[in-house]
Ligand binder design. Structure first.
Ligand code: MN
Length: 561
């Protein structure tokens, strides 16, 4: 993408913002004793590298002027126009509430959501600001470091991920990692660094072979490179593989960029002809993109010397979208000549990232309880996602660990509420089954069925939870209670010791399971209490009749529970 210095030479608007900010911050220093203005330039450089428009670049240069210098927002408005002033104001307001205590956090998150839906460029400048703050975090007081790093992994990195900006999200996580997990980070460096170098060398040898192979088959390779897995994501993966680094095949992955989608599939076939794939490791994210919109083909092959290596194949457009997400969509609209931000936004309305923002905006209105809001936000919007399918092939986006009930509610609240059963990949599955990506889920419904209170024990999404609670509130009597499992019989008898054997004898001869037997009451009026399996009405009546015939049994009461 574009280069900041070039832009500065050729664009007078940006030049003006650059000069104004430089003067405004004159004499101010950062914690690392660099001039403060360097920070503004760094933020602007990021925004330029994401391909954003001149208003956003100017706003990045000016983002700290109102907060940290005597200049006012009105001045900015007068000099740079309404749009830049709005962006600067937004960035300032989003940053106002610091990460202290749950209330402040929630307030901040609500502002994030507000600006996300109003003008996403506010958040993009904020992310550029955060990226540079993380890169210079070493200079900050140690007490503050961890708090800022935590806020970065809990809010900024997931946000960047959901906006499809994988490179940024990965870099933010990597920058935060050593501050949050210093021991683990040391371990990783000690154990993995050599391995990385070895794999990188191997990739360098492997690349020319793929290049030749594809060109021989008339596939014009746009470029081929290798990428090392980031430390933070490697660490997460290692936790799932018992810290065994031999099981990580994408430590260094090879990435081939080809012109068209057809070329992607053709290249995959050609590579598999030479190096056999590992079964189950071929992933077609082109046909079935990840929830954040990521598209690519992935495969793990037995490469030269029989080493397992991951290869990713995609087009240049897919690559840009994978790295820059929503920013790539915006840049594309700019290139097409859509000048106005509102128009660009409308043109991007079908993009996953924007749909997600819309969903987020509607969803936050449901919450009045702040604690619940943060928890749900973490699970519903920031947690790892899975994609399950309806029988018609529609993709349903859910948080990891979601169940068929969550799936049903995601389709429609009516379907969720009247769900009576589910099939996963053609087989009957329990309603609390944990779904995986690619599962095909079929929901059986029964009209007039009401949700069960027991669903609240296992549903994952707050969407399902809220609907179940609402339905239960509406008709507290009609919700399906758990069916009783046991029956308790209380026999008032004359002599418990002699009767006990007869009573239990009758019950076991009727093939009924006894859970417990107790005697209570006084010596004069003893009571035998027996807990048995719950019985259908007529079987229970037969049993009661038999017991009543016993000599010494006075009365019998029973209850199911
Ligand atoms: Mn800043």
């Amino acid at each position: 993408m574009e280069n900041f210095n070039e832009l500065l030479q050729n664009n007078n608007f940006i030049k003006k913002a650059h000069e104004f900010s430089k003067k405004a911050h004159h004499g101010q220093k950062r914690k690392n004793s660099e001039p403060y203005f360097n920070h503004c330039v760094a933020a602007a450089e990021s925004v330029v590298s994401w391909g954003l428009d001149e208003q956003t670049v100017a706003a990045a240069l000016l983002h700290d002027v109102v907060e940290d210098t005597p200049h006012t927002l009105d001045e900015i408005k007068g000099l740079f126009g309404e749009e830049v002033a709005f962006l600067v104001d937004g960035v300032t307001k989003v940053g106002m509430v610091r990460y202290r205590g749950i209330e402040a956090k929630v307030e901040n998150l609500r502002k994030f959501i507000l600006y996300l839906s109003q003008d996403i460029r506010v958040i993009l400048v904020k992310l550029a600001d955060r990226l540079h703050n993380m890169r210079t975090l070493y200079a900050v007081h140690p007490q503050k470091q961890k708090r800022i790093a935590l806020e970065t992994t809990e809010i900024y990195a997931p946000l960047a991920y959901r906006l499809g900006m994988q490179r940024l999200s990965g870099e933010l996580e990597d920058l935060a990692f050593p501050y949050i997990y210093p021991q683990e980070y040391k371990w990783l460096i000690a154990n993995v660094k050599g391995r990385y170098e070895e794999r990188e060398k191997y990739a360098q040898k492997f690349k020319p072979a793929i290049e030749t192979m594809l060109t021989d088959n008339q596939i014009a390779l746009t470029r081929i490179d290798s990428r090392a897995k980031r430390y933070a994501s490697l660490y997460k993966k290692l936790l799932r593989y018992d810290m065994n680094i031999d099981h990580i095949y994408d430590l260094v992955a090879i990435r081939a960029i080809v012109p068209t989608i057809e070329d992607c599939y053709a290249a995959l076939g050609i590579i598999h002809q030479h190096w056999p794939p590992v079964p189950g490791r071929i992933k077609d994210y082109i046909a079935l993109p990840k929830p954040n919109g990521y598209r690519s083909l992935h495969t793990v092959v037995f490469g030269p010397d029989n080493k397992l290596t991951e290869i990713q194949i995609r087009t240049a457009q897919m690559h840009d979208e994978a790295e820059f997400g929503i920013a790539a969509h915006l840049a594309y609209q700019q290139q097409k000549g859509t000048k106005n931000y509102i128009e660009r936004k409308v043109a991007m309305a079908d993009k996953k990232e924007l749909m997600w923002i819309k969903q987020l905006q509607n969803w936050q209105k449901e919450f009045t309880n702040t604690e619940e809001f943060v928890q749900s936000l973490k699970i519903d919007f920031f947690k790892d996602r899975i994609l399950a399918l309806t029988p018609k092939g529609e993709v349903i986006d859910l948080p990891a660990g979601a169940t068929p009930i969550d799936f049903a509610y995601q389709i429609h609240s009516e379907i969720g509420s009247s769900c009576v059963g589910a099939k996963v990949n053609g087989k009957i599955a329990p309603l609390d089954d944990k779904l995986s990506s690619g599962d095909m889920v079929e929901i059986n419904v029964q009209k007039s069925k009401k949700p069960s209170a027991s669903w609240l024990d296992f549903v994952k999404t707050s969407h399902a939870r809220n609907h179940i609670k609402a339905a239960l509130r509406q008709s507290p009597d009609s919700f399906i209670k758990e069916p009783p499992k046991k029956t308790e019989l209380k026999l008032a008898v004359k002599n418990s010791i002699g009767l006990l054997k007869d009573v239990t004898g009758i019950i076991s001869r009727s093939h009924i399971d006894i859970h417990s037997v107790n005697t209570q009451g006084s010596e004069k009026a003893p009571i035998i209490k027996i807990v048995i399996d719950v019985l259908l009405k007529d079987k229970l009546e037969k049993l009661l009749a038999k017991l009543k015939k016993l000599k010494g049994v006075e009365t019998i009461t029973h209850r199911a529970f």
